[in-house]
Write a protein that binds this ligand. Structure first.
Ligand code: UDP
Ligand code: MG
Length: 344
């Protein structure tokens, strides 16, 4: 197979899992069933064990032993979902990739619809949640606020209510692989890549088992990550807050001078003084904090550490679909009918 030619007959489902030993045995048969329904496509499933501590790896070994399409990647420790996904996508190599959560919140039954869009020529088919079942109002509300802020502050398009549940065409995947920044706000990275993207609405299901690893504090940090990775507006904000306070100070100064000239200078002004000092002090601290956020990220990037380390890589025994046997000759036949985003 010509390495320079994108493969339109191969799809790899990439699943990052941390402590999903209960959910994975329920999820895999569903993925398998969905892939079985795809004609003319060779499929693989790649599970990334992101430093699980609950026997996820053993469960995955079991799945791989009974399914020759499954490849496994085990990271040396928990690197976080973004790094785990990156590790998985790096292994895909050729063809398209479909990203799925391990907890069943992204229904694998929709994979054929994603593939259909890809065949129509879309590069980035992303799932958009029309319902977030099993999520409280707090999570929904903060999520909505986050997307609004993101839209205002950043020029990179980050579609609302969109996660990592998506299909990436070979060229999108190749583009993404070139973004090696350490602080990985995936939705932003997908948006940055661009190409032809289309939303696919779906109902987000509750988890199959276990609990979310993204609590409020982690979500807050996630939001910080998103904003600082894709916008420098907060850095500029300090300038404008400073300018505004300076204007206010000049106005207040004029008032004080005029008042002193007209009314004399009785000893006063304690409260005003305290207010001004405290206000300026806190504005400066906030501005310093913002600079610190960016500086810290710069420091992390400067260290140039790898994004993840691999403990074990276990390739699939065979890259065949459930219904079809190895179809290498059919590869080129499909390349013409499935544009996969080459035109664009
Ligand atoms: N995940 C991961 N590494 C982590 C945390 C989570 O690979 O450090 C995986 C997790 O197993 C799941 C997906 O990322 O497949 C989404 O995580 P979770 O369900 O906890 O997040 P939520 O759906 O609540 O946003
Ligand atoms: Mg989840």
């Amino acid at each position: 197979m010509d390495a320079s030619e994108p493969r339109h007959d191969l799809l790899t489902v990439v699943v990052a899992a941390r402590d999903e030993a209960q959910a994975l045995p329920l999820l895999h048969p569903r993925i398998c069933a969905a892939l079985d329904g795809l004609a003319g496509l060779r499929t693989r499933v790649l599970y990334v064990d992101d430093g699980s501590s609950d026997g996820t790896w053993e469960v995955l070994r079991g799945i791989a032993a009974s399914d020759p399409r499954v490849s496994l990647l085990r990271l040396s420790r928990n690197f976080g979902k973004e790094a785990a996904l990156t590790a998985g996508l790096d292994q895909v190599g050729e063809g398209a990739a479909m990203i799925l959560d391990a907890d069943g919140q992204d229904p694998p039954e929709l994979i054929p619809q994603f593939v259909a869009r890809w065949r129509e020529g879309w590069d980035d088919v992303y799932g958009t949640r029309i319902a977030r079942e099993g999520e409280g109002w707090l999570k929904r509300g903060t999520a909505a606020a986050f997307y609004r802020v993101m839209r205002r502050l950043s020029h990179t398009p980050v579609p609302a209510d969109t996660g990592d549940y998506r299909l990436l065409s070979p060229r999108s995947l190749a583009a993404l692989a070139r973004l090696r920044e350490r602080h990985r706000f995936m939705k932003g990275l997908f948006g940055w890549v661009g190409f032809r993207s289309i939303a696919l609405p779906y109902r987000r299901a509750p988890r199959l088992a276990g609990h979310s690893k993204f609590g409020l504090w982690r979500l807050w940090n996630f939001a910080l990550e998103g904003i600082t990775s894709f916008s420098t507006a907060p850095l500029r904000a300090a300038t404008y807050v400073g300018l505004l306070t300076a204007l206010g100070a000049i106005a207040a100064g004029v008032v004080v001078v005029v008042k002193t000239l007209l009314l004399g200078d009785p000893v006063a002004g304690w409260p005003t003084m305290m207010v001004v000092i405290l206000f300026l002090g806190s504005v400066q601290l906030v501005a310093l904090g913002m600079i610190g956020e960016y500086l810290g990220r710069l420091y992390d990037e400067a260290k140039q550490r790898p994004l993840y380390l691999v403990d074990t890589w276990q390739p699939a025994a065979a890259g065949v679909s459930c219904t079809q046997e190895t179809a290498d000759g059919g590869a080129h036949a499909h390349a013409t009918s499935t544009a996969g985003g080459q035109a664009g």
